[in-house]
Design a protein around this ligand. Structure first.
Ligand SMILES: *Cc1c(COP(=O)(O)O)cnc(C)c1O
Length: 487
């Protein structure tokens, strides 16, 4: 199964729609991928069928041989592709404005496969093969990043020899200094988890271009409805579709989208895994056979095939259903989060709120320039309290669930230092501004008044009301008391 050789819409299929809200519902469905059964089954459902088969039948040994040798496109075994998963890949690629996508079992898998393909050991030798004595590549990654990505780079990818340097997403000069001769990827989140950091992507993309290094952007918190990294210079976009794309916390999944900018053939010596004739692919360079699908082909036909973290058809179907309502859901997520951020900021039990929608947030300028629809629904705040109040506050929440997920319909609270970011080193936790007082909210789609009532009663139970708050200075306390009265 080749990345560029998904079944194409047949010539008599209708034209692909061009507007976001229409594409999220229809894109790719006119193709054979969505209606592969239509010749066998006269009834064609308006919702595409879920193809659960693990294997795909061939009519002749010749056809099987050609498909397995990847000389001809076709589904062979569902680990490397199946029609329902292919429809999800086409739809995600269309929404991101990319040339293609590979769906995976989770967001972690999407990031891992992408970095292995770009920065693995085989990219560092002249013949594009992994030699044990040859060191692997290097990645520069944002120090304000999802904890699971930090674990992946600090531990499992380090095991594969890939080294990492962490850099501040707001300081492009740090990234410039971190790049060395083995650097093969820059990795950043378009909206950082948990603080909503918005990097200056144009600056990072400029650095990536000058250095000939691909920029990989994790667009999980934004989704292509709020932000399309490809329009800001990203070469690859990775997703945890588990979150907002699926939208109700029921199906794990991930994807990598190629935006079509990265051209390994422009510097063949630096990218032998795509430009050398590898025995595995019949000695023909991937760039020669698949053109701009070379990277996705390596991800699919080598890493997904060998390691196996493939998207499941049922999950792909649930994600496709979720994507149909992406625009209306994201609008509501953003509005509820913006209102809660404003109210939290005025509460005396809160020392600081981080969400780019707040006028004084350090990310407000980038938000105004690049995020006209909103900056998502993950926010963090620092309780003006000690550890025991933090514990009491979190344990007092009733409607808001204590759980390590984002992008669900339900609002969730997390304590990053104890949960998502608990394995980080002290230094990385400091660089990521994660303290014992940091609370993360993944704001869902409930009524804001119910959420606010829940937060207020938790503040009260933790003793964090204006009169009982001993952690503010008298001056601050007076100012906060005035604010409280005027409300
Ligand atoms: C959740 C998450 C991931 C990992 O995705 P999984 O689907 O949980 O494997 C990666 N990046 C970000 C920003 C996330 O929030």
């Amino acid at each position: 199964m080749s990345a560029t050789a998904h079944p194409r819409p047949s010539s008599h299929s209708r034209q692909e729609p061009s507007c976001f809200s229409t594409r999220q519902i229809h894109h790719g469905q006119g193709s054979r991928a969505g209606a592969a059964d239509s010749t066998a089954t006269p009834a064609v459902g308006v919702v595409p069928p879920v193809h659960l088969a693990a294997a795909y039948e061939f009519t002749s040994l010749r056809d099987a041989r050609e498909a397995f040798a990847q000389r001809e496109p076709g589904f062979t075994y569902a680990r490397t592709g199946s029609p329902t998963v292919a429809l999800l890949e086409q739809r995600l690629a269309a929404l991101e404005g990319g040339t293609g996508a590979v769906a995976t079992a989770s967001g972690q898998a999407a990031i891992a496969l992408t970095l292995l393909a770009l920065a693995g050991r085989s990219g560092q030798s002249a013949d594009g093969l992994p030699h044990p004595g040859v060191p692997a590549g290097h990645v520069v990654a944002s120090s304000r990043i999802y904890g699971g990505t930090a674990d992946l780079l600090n531990d499992s990818l380090a095991e594969a020899g890939i080294t990492v340097t962490w850099a501040d997403p707001h300081a492009p000069d740090e990234w410039e200094r971190a790049v060395d001769g083995r650097t093969r990827a820059l990795l950043v989140e378009s909206i950082g988890n948990p603080h909503g950091d918005l990097p200056d992507l144009a600056a990072l993309a400029g650095l990536a271009r000058r250095g000939g290094i691909p920029l990989v952007v994790d667009n999980t918190l934004a989704t292509p409805y709020l932000f399309r990294p490809g329009e800001h210079g990203a070469d690859f976009v990775v997703h945890s579709t588990t979150k907002y794309l699926t939208g109700n916390g029921t199906a794990l999944g991930g994807a990598v989208v190629d935006t079509g900018r990265f051209r390994p053939e422009a510097d063949p010596a630096r990218w032998p895994q795509f430009t050398a004739g590898l025995p595995r692919f019949g000695g023909v360079p991937l760039t020669q056979r698949y053109g701009d699908g070379a990277v996705l082909h390596l991800i699919r036909a080598k890493y997904l095939h060998d390691l196996g973290p493939c998207a499941a058809p049922w999950n792909a179907q649930q994600t496709l259903e979720g994507i149909e309502t992406l625009d209306v859901r994201m609008d509501r997520h953003c509005r509820v989060a913006e209102e809660l951020a404003r109210r939290l900021q005025d509460h005396p039990g809160v020392a600081r709120v981080r969400h780019p929608s707040l006028p004084q947030d350090p990310n407000a300028a980038v938000a105004a320039r690049d995020f006209p629809r909103g900056t998502g629904a993950v926010l963090s705040f620092e309780l003006a309290a000690g550890p025991s109040e933090v514990e009491r506050f979190i344990d007092s929440l009733q409607l808001i669930k204590l759980a390590a997920n984002i992008g669900d319909s339900r609002t969730m609270v997390a304590h990053p230092a104890s949960m998502t970011h608990c394995r980080l080193s002290e230094a990385l936790r400091e660089a990521g501004a994660i303290t014992e007082q940091t609370i993360r909210l993944s704001v869902g789609r409930e009524d804001v008044e119910d959420l606010w009532r829940d937060l207020r009663q938790a503040f009260d139970r933790a003793g964090l009301t204006e009169t009982q708050n001993h952690h503010l200075t008298t001056q601050d306390g007076a100012a906060e008391a005035l604010k409280e009265v005027s409300r």
